[in-house]
Design a binder for this molecule. Structure first.
Ligand code: NAP
Length: 410
């Protein structure tokens, strides 16, 4: 049995209908994670604390509360996800999370997926921004500054599919043949691709709201609607509908601009067909900013965008819903580096930066962004980057300390 003692001088963050209300001393949960998790998570917390201190002096402070999940919980309570930890996440709803191990092909259910379900985190958000010093395959990688917002709960990922020779597939083929006059080969497996208006519109709303709050230039709706008209085509249509019905005064569409509407100060909404989107982020990177995508397209484009900066190890991300979110690094537990003070904490620090943006603590988030760029500029990096830059690497703790020192000079 785990007993939690929330800090008495802190208050929970309240997130209602996607609107975050952050008190001056918010209680934020952290999960150490497995492998390199504890080292990088603690490093990120120290950097976030420093950013808040520099930005707001003593008027704001994060009150951290550890939630036990993963190996640590197993050691303490004999269970990787004890009920007390589930209850705690359900209550406080904002989590900084170190990577958690997931066994391949069996074992326990993914703890990451479980947390996502508890929070109903329907949007996966991944900022991808180039940092000097990374080995990018692009000629002008400094133009890469994208935010991928991927729908997380709909589409082919619902897992509604049947093997070609299953009784369900036979039944379904028969039904399609008889009732709808659709011919499907007898040796074809069948998958169903549901894309709903409700799920499309809530993620579109989040992407547009995030873009407006963070003063981004545009939101591009990615889709393959020319082929999949009633799923991805509908995704496009329903996303435009949200933009024009709910944000009319703050947005302008590409179509309206082409007909002479002024764009000044407004968020541009446009759309691109998925295959074109892939080549556009490589050839005309600077023309894109926030990309809103259905689940499958979003999965592909997230990693492709990550590859543009040469190293997905430095990326952070978030899984966010209307009532909270979980913020993390994109990479995993890198077990071979565990306990050696060599792992790069940048990914989870970026996750923390994103958390601060959702909390509305933009000044602190901006400080973190500047400090990371400045550290790389000064060639203060961990071994994963030092080996390409021919410099002596800093340890995980020393890198975090360098960031906090840089912040004092900004
Ligand atoms: P991984 O942990 O991301 O590690 C793969 C390689 O990436 C490492 O060997 C290392 O490369 C490099 N790397 C990753 N993070 C690094 C860091 N912070 N600093 C320096 N180098 C880093 O991927 P994996 O080995 O496939 O997965 C291990 C476990 O993590 C699995 O149990 C998986 O399920 C879990 N996982 C969890 C999450 C999550 O919690 N969200 C996400 C992904 C994976 P070099 O060997 O080249 O130095």
């Amino acid at each position: 049995m785990i007993k939690y003692n929330p800090p008495e001088d802190g208050e929970p963050i309240r997130v209602e209908n996607g609107v975050w209300r952050t008190p001056s001393k918010p209680i934020v949960l952290f999960i150490d994670g497995d492998g390199i998790g504890p080292e990088i998570t603690r490093a990120a917390m120290s950097v976030m604390d420093k950013a808040v201190e520099v930005a707001y002096k003593s008027s704001r402070q994060i009150k951290w509360l550890e939630a036990y999940v993963g190996e640590k919980a197993e050691k303490m309570a004999g269970n990787r996800f004890p009920q007390e930890s589930i209850d705690l996440i359900q209550k406080y709803r904002v989590v900084l999370k170190g990577p958690l191990e997931t066994p391949i092909g069996g074992g326990f259910r993914s703890l990451n997926v479980t947390i996502r379900l508890i929070l109903d985190a329907y949007a996966n958000i991944r900022p991808v921004k180039y940092m000097k010093g990374l080995e990018s395959p692009l000629r002008n990688p400094e133009k890469v500054d994208l935010i991928i917002v991927r729908e997380n709960t709909d589409d082919l990922y619902r897992g509604i599919e049947w093997r070609w020779d299953s009784p369900e597939a036979v039944k379904l083929r028969d039904f399609l043949r008889r009732e709808l006059k659709v011919e499907i080969e007898d040796d074809a497996g069948i998958g169903i691709k549901p894309i709903s208006k409700y799920k499309t519109q809530r993620v579109a709303r989040m992407a547009i709201r995030y873009a407006l709050q963070n003063k981004r230039r545009s939101v591009t709706i990615m889709h393959k609607g020319n082929i999949m008209k009633y799923t991805e085509g509908a995704f496009r249509e329903w996303a435009y509908e949200v933009a024009l019905k709910e944000f009319r005064d703050q947005v302008v569409t590409e179509d309206e601009v082409s007909k002479g509407a002024p764009q000044a100060g407004k968020l541009l909404i446009n759309d691109r067909i998925a295959d074109n989107m892939f080549q556009q982020i490589i050839t005309r990177t600077e023309s894109y900013d926030v990309i809103l995508a259905p689940n499958l397209d979003g999965d592909y484009i997230s990693d492709a965008a990550g590859a543009l900066i040469g190293n997905i190890g430095v990326l952070g991300g978030a899984n966010v819903g209307d009532t909270g979110g979980m913020f993390e690094a994109v990479h995993g537990t890198a077990p071979k580096y565990a306990g050696k003070n060599v792992a790069n904490p940048t990914g989870i620090i970026r996750g923390g930066e994103l958390m601060l943006r959702f909390m509305g603590w933009t000044e602190a988030a901006d400080l973190i962004d500047k400090a990371i760029n400045e550290a790389v500029n000064q060639k203060k990096v961990t071994q994963d980057l030092a080996r390409f830059m021919n410099v002596t690497p800093l340890g995980t703790k020393e890198f975090a300390k360098a960031l906090t020192e840089i912040m004092e000079t900004l």
